[in-house]
Design a protein around this ligand. Structure first.
Ligand code: SAJ
Length: 419
């Protein structure tokens, strides 16, 4: 069903990994989109039809949306029928959610709001945030009515529709994934659904705002808890001298068992963050979720200990760290346990650190030290004494195992484990 006629102008606030693809996809449906961001660099880049982040197929989509005049970026907000907020929600000291980006975005758009507009929060947020947004706006715009006070009769609709796209597949998943849409009132959810139906092929599932907030946190906590189970198993198996990869392969042959993969730790800005929002809201109850976070956060330290142990066998070892990205086949180094492990090795000066990351051209500043260099996979295999897999990039899996015979291997990602 095409509902484009219902929306002429949509504003997306925050033009990062979620906001920019969302803006471009909506623009591709023929709706005028005005993207707002605090970064002049991002705004200028987008207005030239280019992109400032890496995501497959996004460049072409943005270029065409800008060329046809459907997408425009700006520092300052402009009037629109819908405002979609896609700004970061990190945590501060003590794993407390930091809502300052949302608050700043809300204050920014409040001035241009008009009766009949809708505000949709896309950022992953603690339970209660959508209601807070309605509250913040009502404090600034006493001339308008909001749904936390006036329900179905409010001038402004406010809803939460958490993003759930997987980095690397964003353009595809933005369209194909089902969406959970939570309104402060039913009318808010229904109006938001009208917008999502213009570009989503998956189902739109309506609920209240609090349940939608919790649904997103639950999805990522589910994954975190399951990865923690795999990581804990890997550490138990190490102690018991059992090959964890073989063990998981065998256990997964049970029809109702599906264990995930152990790794060097859980990275990215979602799975390692979102469970803390649940813990913060219900600290007494969220025991399993908290423990899972702690288990996953402890895994990089375990991998480091393994490297220290084997490094002792050498006078001045060459240690190859394979992969810096937080997961396979992407270039995103943010919140990556692989970067933390590599940095620690460099700082401890255990030997020369050869870094292989095929998706980058230069090392991040924190790794640019005399005892470290970015090398090719070939160079690492030829020259390192110890090889550590920190990311399971496909290119690493293609290495012929007979080339690794003379090496000490710490395969934290199971890259070279075979059936
Ligand atoms: N990881 C493992 N073992 C596994 C699976 C993942 O160690 O078996 C690690 C990865 O290496 C990585 C981390 O977990 O370091 C997270 O990777 P991921 O692929 O599980 O997830 P993200 O962070 O890229 O994206 C997640 C997705 N959520 C779920 O799959 C439930 C995505 O759909 C969300 O939209 C995204 O978080 C988000 O923005 O919240």
């Amino acid at each position: 069903m095409q509902n484009n006629e219902k929306f002429n102008r949509v504003s997306v606030v925050g033009l990062g990994y979620i906001g920019l693809p969302t803006a471009a996809v909506i623009a591709s449906r023929g709706i005028d989109v005005i993207g707002v961001d605090v970064s002049e660099h991002a705004v200028n880049t987008i207005n030239q039809g280019k992109i400032h982040i890496v995501e497959p197929d996004l460049d072409m989509l943005v270029q065409s949306a800008v060329t046809t005049g459907k997408l425009k970026a700006s520092i300052e907000p402009e009037p629109a029928e819908v405002f979609m907020l896609a700004v970061p929600t990190p945590f501060t000291e003590g794993h407390k959610p930091d809502l300052s980006y949302i608050e700043a975005a809300v204050k920014k758009i409040a001035g241009v709001l008009e009766k009949g507009n809708m505000v949709i929060l896309e950022s992953t947020s603690p339970v209660g945030t959508t209601e807070k947004i309605s509250q913040w706006m009502s404090e600034i715009r006493a001339d308008l009515s909001f749904p936390h006070q006036h329900g179905e009769n409010a001038d402004i609709q406010v809803a939460h529709c958490p993003e759930r796209v997987l980095p690397g597949y964003v353009i595809q998943e933005l369209v194909s994934n089902d969406r959970v849409i939570g309104g402060i009132s039913r009318k808010c959810a229904e109006r938001a659904q009208d917008l999502y139906k213009t570009f989503v092929k998956g189902d739109c599932l309506l609920t209240d705002a609090r349940t939608a907030e919790m649904a997103k946190l639950t999805e990522n906590s589910f994954r975190d808890v399951n990865i923690a189970f795999a990581n804990e198993l890997s550490m138990i198996c190490d102690q018991l001298h059992i090959n964890v990869w073989e063990l998981i392969r065998l256990a997964n042959r049970h029809p109702r068992v599906n264990i995930l993969k152990p790794g060097a730790g859980v990275g990215g800005h979602c799975i390692a963050v979102d469970p803390w929002f649940i813990v913060d809201s219900a600290p007494e109850r969220a025991r399993l979720i908290r423990t899972a976070r702690q288990v996953n956060d402890a895994k990089p330290g375990f991998v480091l200990d393994k490297i220290r142990q084997v490094a002792e066998q050498f006078k001045q070892p060459k240690i190859a760290c394979l992969g810096l990205a937080f997961k396979a086949d992407i270039d995103d180094l943010r919140e990556s346990p692989a970067v933390d492990i590599t940095e620690q090795l460099i700082t401890e000066n255990l030997g020369e650190v050869l870094i292989v990351e095929p998706h980058i051209q230069t090392l991040p500043a924190r790794l640019q030290k005399n005892n470290a260099r970015l090398v090719s996979l070939q160079d690492a295999i030829d020259n390192a004494n110890i090889l550590v897999t920190l990311t399971d990039h496909t290119v690493f899996k293609q290495v012929k195992l007979n080339r690794l015979k003379e090496k000490v291997i710490i395969d934290a990602r199971g890259v070279w484990e075979q059936e």
